[in-house]
Design a protein around this ligand. Structure first.
Ligand SMILES: Nc1ncnc2c1ncn2[C@@H]1O[C@H](COP(=O)(O)OP(=O)(O)O)[C@@H](O)[C@H]1O
Ligand SMILES: [Mg+2]
Length: 439
């Protein structure tokens, strides 16, 4: 992509409304634009990252044996009357009346909707276990939307729902999601720690929040520092294999959100030098809630003996849009964002220091074309902005690599290659530069 053709309205000034780094940097890098409180448009740079995150989530859900569906954003109120949550959910739910006077709502979550789909189509234990998920926009009329897309009113969530015949297999479903979440966040370059959590309005008896440690997070957390060095389950792991031992390991040490915190327990369980009492960003939340919705909504299947049995269920959320902010909170410096490679909007930023200079243009065009042909995603700064502005902009948008080409280096056939994270610069020949990223 040529920067001259790319819609990326960056800001030089720091927007005054933004209180935390990720919000500031997302606005400055031209990734999002606020529409109204807690509601944002995603501009090309932001959307590219959002899609990358979404794709990692999707790949890991599919690897764990889940099926993707897409449920609507607008739901009928009657479904929520069945579960009793239409009244319970309160003002966070955006309620809408259609032209026929029917009560509708913009979904804050989809337990009722998926239970309705399942009860209408599945009759037998033979069709279990099953896990259906979608990646869809949600609306919650938060009292205090803040920190940009971190706590929005409209936000993108991956929500999965498991259906099982009995408590034991339902626990296995929970464990599979637990393990797949460890992998998902790790692939994005994040350390997310599963912490015992309250179940809140979703209900249920077992729940973990996956939390990124960050001073700017909204949750107060208490955990054992050794979690930061734990190994994450590998790619290609067999989800029909032993998940329990992984879950046991990742729950062996103390880690809780403040609702579950008990001072004496923390002090007894964690040696003083390992105690982390800090704040964190909740990027995922998994719940096991058994028959809460299946009983309320009459969702049963026939078991092996032919008896109607209420489905055992769990639900599993990931804040896809929140992750964009979470990753920036975890990875930035004074100059801007530092994207982990897996979610970077482009792999390389190519800077032409002297557009209009024939040799420089030719070298840049040639490299840009060859990298593109090799499938490397390059943002080519072909604009005639001055060099200082170009460097600042590249650092701000945080692509993992920068290649700088100008007349002076070119005299010796040299380009400068910079790693954004380490700041290390190397001088390479044009061929070496190409090989570095295509070889
Ligand atoms: N207002 C919001 N803005 C952005 N992401 C959100 C918001 N609310 C929830 N999420 C994300 O969706 C995931 C699942 O939501 P859930 O646990 O049901 O919500 P909550 O923790 O607010 O009760 C959360 O872990 C979080 O990552
Ligand atoms: Mg939650």
């Amino acid at each position: 992509m040529r920067l001259s053709r790319f819609f990326m309205p960056t800001l030089k000034e720091t927007p005054s409304e933004a209180q935390i780094a990720s919000h500031r940097l997302m606005l400055r890098a031209g990734m999002i634009r606020q529409s109204s409180a807690g509601i944002y448009s995603w501009l090309p740079m932001g959307l590219k990252v959002l899609k990358k995150i979404e794709n990692i989530v999707r790949e890991e859900m599919n690897a764990a044996g889940c099926n993707e569906v897409l449920m609507p954003t607008i739901q009928p109120a009657d479904l929520w009357r069945e579960s009793g949550r239409y009244e319970d959910y309160g003002k966070e739910m955006l309620r809408i009346e259609d032209r026929h006077g029917r009560d509708m709502l913009y979904g804050p979550t989809n337990e009722e909707q998926i239970t309705e789909i399942f009860r209408a189509s599945v009759r037998s234990y033979r069709d279990l276990p099953s896990n259906l998920y979608h990646i869809q926009w949600k609306f919650r009329d938060e009292v205090r939307p803040r920190f940009g897309i971190m706590r929005g009113r409209e936000f993108l969530m991956k929500d999965a729902y498991s259906f099982d015949i009995d408590h034991e297999s339902s626990k296995s479903a929970y464990n599979r999601m637990f393990v797949s979440y460890l992998r998902t966040f790790d692939r994005m370059g994040l350390k997310a720690i599963p912490m015992k959590a309250d179940t809140g309005p979703i209900g249920g008896d077992l729940s973990h929040e996956f939390i990124l440690l960050a001073e700017t997070g909204e949750s107060e957390v208490y955990c054992h520092g050794d979690y930061l060095d734990f190994d994450v389950p590998p790619d290609g792991i067999d989800y029909d294999g032993d998940m329990q031992s992984i879950v046991d390991k990742w729950t062996s040490l103390y880690a809780v959100t403040d609702e579950k915190y008990v001072a004496e327990e923390f002090d007894a369980a964690v040696p003083e030098d390992k105690r982390l009492h800090t704040r964190g960003i909740e990027v995922g939340h998994i719940f096991h809630f058994g028959t809460k919705y299946s009983e309320a909504m009459g969702a049963t299947v026939l078991d092996q003996e032919g008896n109607a049995t209420h489905l055992q269920m769990g639900s599993y959320g990931i804040g896809v849009s929140r992750l964009v902010g979470g990753i920036i909170e975890a990875s930035h410096d004074d100059d801007g964002i530092i994207w982990p490679e897996a979610v970077a909007p482009f792999h390389i930023g190519l800077i032409n220091l002297r557009p209009g200079d024939d040799a420089t243009d030719a070298a840049c065009e040639d490299l840009y074309e060859k990298l593109g042909n090799a499938g490397v995603d390059v943002l080519y700064d072909d604009t005639d902005e001055r060099a200082g502005g170009k460097f600042a902009k590249m650092d701000l948008i945080g692509l993992p690599w920068q290649i700088v080409i100008g007349p002076r280096g070119l005299k010796n056939g040299i380009a400068e290659v910079k790693n954004r994270a380490s700041g290390i610069k190397e001088e390479l020949s044009l061929d070496e530069t190409l090989n570095r990223f295509t070889g």
